[in-house]
Design a protein around this ligand. Structure first.
Ligand code: UGA
Length: 438
């Protein structure tokens, strides 16, 4: 059954979700207050680097199934379902800033004269869905005819299209059989492919999403703490992670030690969880999150210190090549990027930092230079730092790069380089968490 679906907010999540809803066969309007973004999307182009997104946008803007608008009157009484896909960035105190969500429902609600389902996709503090429903019902002429459901999003940058079209699970937080039925119609295609579904109340749905990100962050920080133990005790964290991963109860994913997690989601979502846990008087959870954050921050500091140590303790005027600026491979997103934190630290210590990333293009800054190739970055460098594990960095030619570098030292902050190949070419390879390389 074809539904009329609006997706409000066309950032990473919203633009992918809008295109995905069209692929599921629905009539879709993506709405955003940013006219430039809407014009780009309406032309079938993607404002972000995300594999597979542009072809999907192009296909459905051409077919007429996917439209974009800045005008709430276009969607208000037209859509059967309104998805809220707005950003929830951090406020200065770490709590989630819900102002975009509030602005969206304040613009939409007064225009809703017939019953509709409003479905939250944004990551929010538990309790938000219920408060949004009160807010919408108070403003909407349709009043109690408007229902709120929560359907959290689990897509990963770099895999956003695939995760949207073939989700590993669906979570439907609803309050009525009618809302559940509507969500089943929205997701009819993945449901025919036997995608697991968890049906629950609003609070559980909100918490599932935050818990997933908190658990992933905890897994990463756990392995990074073990990396520190390996360094202290003479062990090898990669072998340790491999061995843990063979235990199916643990699993190998998200046990890649290194610089730790960054990006627009994990750091902000776990901070907001800690704030909410304190509000609800669950201090053990905020303490756990604080430990996870402290380990994560320590990895960035530790890597910068290790680089300075390798250079004999003094980096003033020393040229340092940084490979990678995105917070992870497969994206041009540099929000809360561990690579950039390390670059900033080294610049602050006096180094001349030169960065290369295959996709992330940084606005010009005083504290480092961005170049267009690995070769340009490495030329004249006294140390090379591998900070974002783009696959192409694995296939670099250490012989050729050795001719360009001033000193052949490489610090592998992501533990993805094949150290023997680099060593054979005369490089000193330092890998955090692998004591034998230190
Ligand atoms: C994360 C979650 O994985 C998604 O499920 C979720 O939907 C999304 O946040 C969100 O809330 O929107 P994403 O931010 O795209 O997705 O990035 P991840 O793939 O989770 O990676 C996060 C960070 O952890 C990256 O900096 C990555 O380099 C780092 N990481 C990941 C490690 O340091 N080690 C690992 O083993 C795995």
């Amino acid at each position: 059954m074809t539904l009329r679906v609006s997706v409000i907010g066309t950032g990473y999540l919203g633009s992918t979700r809008a295109a995905g809803m069209a692929e599921f066969g629905h009539q879709v309007v993506g709405l955003d207050v940013d006219p430039e973004r809407i014009a780009t999307l309406a032309a079938g182009r993607s404002p972000i680097y995300e594999v597979g997104l542009e072809p999907l946008l192009a296909r459905h803007t051409r077919s007429g199934r996917l439209r974009f608008s800045t005008d709430y009157t276009v969607i208000a009484d037209w859509a059967d379902v309104h998805f809220l896909a707005l950003g929830t960035p951090s406020r200065p105190d770490g709590a989630a800033d819900l102002s975009q969500l509030h602005a969206a429902v304040d613009a939409l609600a007064p225009l809703l004269t017939r019953p509709a389902l409003v479905v939250g996709k944004s990551t929010v503090p538990v309790g938000t869905a219920r408060r949004l429903e009160d807010r919408i019902r108070a403003l909407a002429p349709a009043g109690d005819g408007i229902e709120v459901a929560w359907n959290p999003e689990f897509l990963r940058e770099g895999f956003a299209v695939d995760d949207t079209l073939r989700p590993d699970r669906l979570v439907f937080g609803t309050q009525s059989a009618r809302a559940l039925e509507t969500l089943e119609q929205v997701y009819a295609i993945p449901l025919t492919e036997a995608t697991p579904v968890v049906c629950c109340d609003l609070a559980t749905a909100e918490l599932i999403k935050t818990a997933a990100n908190a658990f992933l962050a905890t897994k990463i920080s756990f392995i990074n703490a073990m990396a520190q133990m390996c360094q202290a005790a003479g062990g090898d964290v990669v072998l340790l992670a491999d061995a843990l991963g063979y235990d199916s109860r643990i699993g190998r994913e998200f046990l890649n030690a290194g610089l730790g997690f960054g990006g627009g989601c994990l750091p902000k979502d776990i901070r907001a969880l800690a704030v909410r846990a304190d509000e609800l008087d669950v201090p053990v959870l905020s303490q756990l999150v604080e430990a996870v954050e402290a380990i994560n921050a320590g990895q960035r500091d530790g890597l910068a210190e290790l680089a300075i140590e390798q250079l004999g303790g003094e980096v003033t005027g020393v040229r340092i090549a940084v490979l990678g600026a995105a917070f992870k491979p497969g994206t041009d997103d540099t929000r809360n990027s561990p690579a950039l934190t390390v670059a900033d630290r080294l610049h602050a210590a006096g180094a001349e930092v030169v960065i290369y990333d295959p996709q992330a293009h940084l606005p010009p800054r005083d504290n480092f230079t961005q170049v267009d190739s690995v070769e340009d970055a490495v030329t004249g460098a006294e140390i090379v730092l591998h900070l974002t594990e783009w696959p192409e960095f694995r296939y670099l030619d250490p012989e050729a790069l050795g001719q360009l570098a001033k000193t052949k030292i490489i610090l592998d902050g992501r533990l993805k380089l094949h150290a023997p190949t680099w060593r054979d070419a005369g490089w000193k390879v330092v890998q955090i968490g692998r004591a034998s390389s230190l």
